[in-house]
Design a protein around this ligand. Structure first.
Ligand code: CP
Length: 308
């Protein structure tokens, strides 16, 4: 990845770790400019984008589509259920085809961690790849929209106390966010069921009971319970999880006055968070979804007006 003076130039966006602090801040600030009405100046008259989603998505898929359409890109319709994936075509061959027919950028969500390795090593796949989520690996565009939302609220990262709460082991959002928030010198804390916490997270922050954290942190970042990645041996009832690990109305009352609530969504209402808190005055969950469009415009611009 190259920075040419002020311009951020990316070939791919696969993980947040691969971005420099300067690139992260540049993308956030460009996202804010797009939110305030800035337009981009495409270097070519026509660009093609394909959104290849092999796992379900509402926000990532549709906010990329809105971002692409706001930027005037030609968006290629793709549905794995009606494509040659059903005839056994591999991800590699699907992306090779997109590249061969002239698609400039593929946004891909796939269940396999690091699915992108063979694509970026290929000598015949030329299109750029944006990782829209790889299994339980990384979710870099969600991380950037979360950072934009936090920056919009506080204007800085250093010293901010952020609690990441819930199903951390299975969450690609949590992994991207813990890495980047730690690097930006926020104080990261973790909470949630210990069976969904891994000692490897200790390098990024400290595990503490939620009842301690709600009173001391600036950001309570809740995670969805990812039933689809569980082996069926989890013993929580919805109400049991909510009372023990969720943001209940009683816990929310103990939050600092200026603290905010975040959740990447989709939300299991009354599980990770009380229903009435989702759209409460301290919640930034709706802003996260809106900011997703603008930060994704910044990412697309950095790729399309960037390296060949
Ligand atoms: N936050 C997020 O990635 O949502 P979707 O799964 O709906 O894209």
């Amino acid at each position: 990845m190259i920075i040419q003076s002020e311009k951020i130039s990316l070939k791919h966006l696969l993980t947040v770790e691969a971005l420099s602090d300067q690139e992260v801040m540049g993308l956030i600030k460009r996202g804010q400019q797009f939110k305030n009405g800035a337009q981009w100046s495409p270097e070519k008259p026509q660009y093609f984008a394909a959104n290849l989603f092999f796992e379900n998505s509402t926000r990532t898929h549709k906010s990329f589509e809105v971002a692409e359409k706001k930027m005037g890109l030609d968006v290629i319709d793709f549905d794995s259920r009606t494509s040659s994936v059903q005839k056994g075509e591999t991800l590699y061959d699907t992306v090779l085809t997109m590249s061969a027919i002239g698609v400039d950028v593929c946004v891909i969500r796939h269940g396999d961690e690091n699915y992108y390795d063979e694509l970026i090593q290929s000598r015949t796949v030329h299109c750029s790849i944006i990782n829209g989520g790889d299994g339980s690996g990384q979710h870099p565009t969600q991380c950037l929209l979360d950072l934009m939302t936090i920056y919009e609220e506080f204007g800085y990262f250093e010293g901010l106390k952020v609690a990441i709460v819930g199903d951390i082991t299975h969450s690609r959002v949590a992994k991207s966010n813990m890495q980047m928030l730690n690097r930006l010198r926020s104080e990261v804390y973790f909470s949630g069921p210990e069976q969904w916490y891994d000692k490897s997270f200790d390098v990024y922050g400290e595990y503490r009971p939620l009842d301690e954290l709600v009173e001391m942190v600036d950001v309570v970042m809740l995670l969805r319970v990812q039933h689809e990645r569980h082996d069926g041996n989890e013993s929580f009832s919805k109400e049991g999880y909510h009372q023990e690990y969720g943001l209940t109305i009683e816990r929310a009352k103990r939050m600092k006055e200026k603290a905010i609530i975040m959740h990447p969504a989709p939300v299991n209402r009354d599980v990770e968070i009380a229903d009435s808190l989702v759209e409460s005055y301290q919640s930034r969950i709706v802003e996260q979804m809106s900011n997703g469009v603008f930060v994704r415009m910044a990412i697309l611009e950095a790729i399309l007006n960037g390296v060949a």
